[in-house]
Design a protein around this ligand. Structure first.
Ligand SMILES: O=P(O)(O)OC[C@H]1O[C@](O)(COP(=O)(O)O)[C@@H](O)[C@@H]1O
Ligand SMILES: [Mg+2]
Ligand SMILES: [Mg+2]
Length: 334
């Protein structure tokens, strides 16, 4: 007799008291993200049938051509969080500036800010390869009763109270942490319910997979080049396998299950790399550490970096603890 998996709704209720600020608000917030995830999942699944593939015709603050699904996912997450009236501010990869949201009593009573990458892996949208959504949640640090400020968003990653991602792949999953381990829930599309499928997810300390866009190899710093050569060498448990989907969420998810490292280094083409600290690196770093893994910019723990801008980029090395330590050694000794 198969064990009935707990639903996400049941899990949220059962565990809300283990959250140190427990007041039910964070549970409402996770529930709102769950709803938005289902709506986006529905759109992603039928993307080829309706006119939501391709570019939207706008360029976002990153200088990237926004895809129609980037814009759609952005609108769905922002609208759903706004409607639930539990956040005082939202920042998104697809929005130039943060959005201030007032509580229904017009008195700025909401406590949480959310930072999102509404559609991660945009280059894979049109080619039916898995994509995702990434979210990061903080308690505001400016006084309740006043409008949200930029400093509420520019907090170091270690202050996150929740983080997670949704992967729209062969199955749709929501994977998140509230600082008490990482759990994965799979959507049963027939009934629209997420079930606990991957309790207490853990990064193996060592792995045999490295994920990096080797097309940029000649532009990488010497230490990174040396580490890639180390991964490819016929020696001990190597060579490792190269796997790169080109969607951070999907590469991270695979590496967390099988053991591996994801790297988006700086290069002579991109001084700070490509990934955004606030809504890509910080949430994935929080998840990684909660799952026994590690995340660094090559020199420093990602979660200890002090953000200075909403859309700043940082070099990113994340995954199995011993693999991240190894690449740091190569970078720092180069
Ligand atoms: O094509 P590249 O340069 O290898 O970049 C791929 C990386 O960029 C990203 O697509 C950036 O995220 P967005 O799609 O949200 O902009 C990551 O998901 C992925 O790992
Ligand atoms: Mg992204
Ligand atoms: Mg994106």
């Amino acid at each position: 007799m198969t064990k009935r998996h707990q639903t996400l709704g049941e899990y949220i209720i059962e565990n809300q008291n283990s959250f140190k600020y427990s007041s039910g608000e964070l549970s409402k917030l996770i529930n709102a993200l769950r709803l938005a995830a289902k709506v986006v999942n529905h759109e992603v699944n039928k993307a080829g049938l309706v006119d939501i593939l391709g570019a939207a015709g706008e360029v976002n603050i990153q200088g990237e051509n926004q895809q129609k699904l980037d814009v759609m996912a952005n609108n769905i997450f922002i609208q759903t969080l706004r409607n639930r009236e539990i956040v005082c501010g939202i920042a998104s990869e697809e929005e130039d500036d943060y959005i201030s949201i007032n509580s229904h009593d017009d008195n700025h009573q909401n406590k949480y800010v959310v930072l999102i990458d509404p559609l991660d892996g945009s280059s894979n949208i049109d080619v039916n390869v898995s994509v995702g959504t990434i979210f990061s949640v903080y308690r505001r640090i400016t006084p309740i009763g006043t409008p949200v400020q930029m400093e509420d968003f520019l907090q170091p990653g270690r202050n996150q109270v929740a983080a997670g991602y949704i992967v729209y792949g062969t199955s749709t999953m929501i994977v998140y942490t509230t600082g008490d381990g990482v759990n994965g829930f799979t959507l049963n599309p027939a009934i629209g319910t997420f079930y606990l499928s991957n309790p207490n997810m853990q990064f193996p300390e060592n792995g045999k997979i490295y994920s990096v866009n080797e097309g940029n190899y000649i532009h990488f710093p010497q230490g990174v080049k040396d580490y890639i050569k180390y991964c490819q060498k016929e020696e001990e448990d190597r060579p490792y396998t190269s796997r790169y989907i080109g969607s951070l969420v999907s590469d991270f998810h695979r590496n967390m299950i099988k053991g591996g490292i994801y790297m988006y280094p700086k290069s002579s083409k991109a001084e700070e790399g490509k990934l955004r600290l606030l809504y890509e690196c910080n949430p994935m770093a929080f998840l990684a550490e909660q799952a026994g893994g590690k995340a660094s910019n090559g020199y420093q723990r990602i979660l200890d970096l002090q953000p200075t801008e909403l859309h700043q980029r940082v070099p990113f090395f994340c995954g199995s603890k011993n693999m991240v330590t190894k690449v740091e050694e190569f970078i720092q000794n180069a």
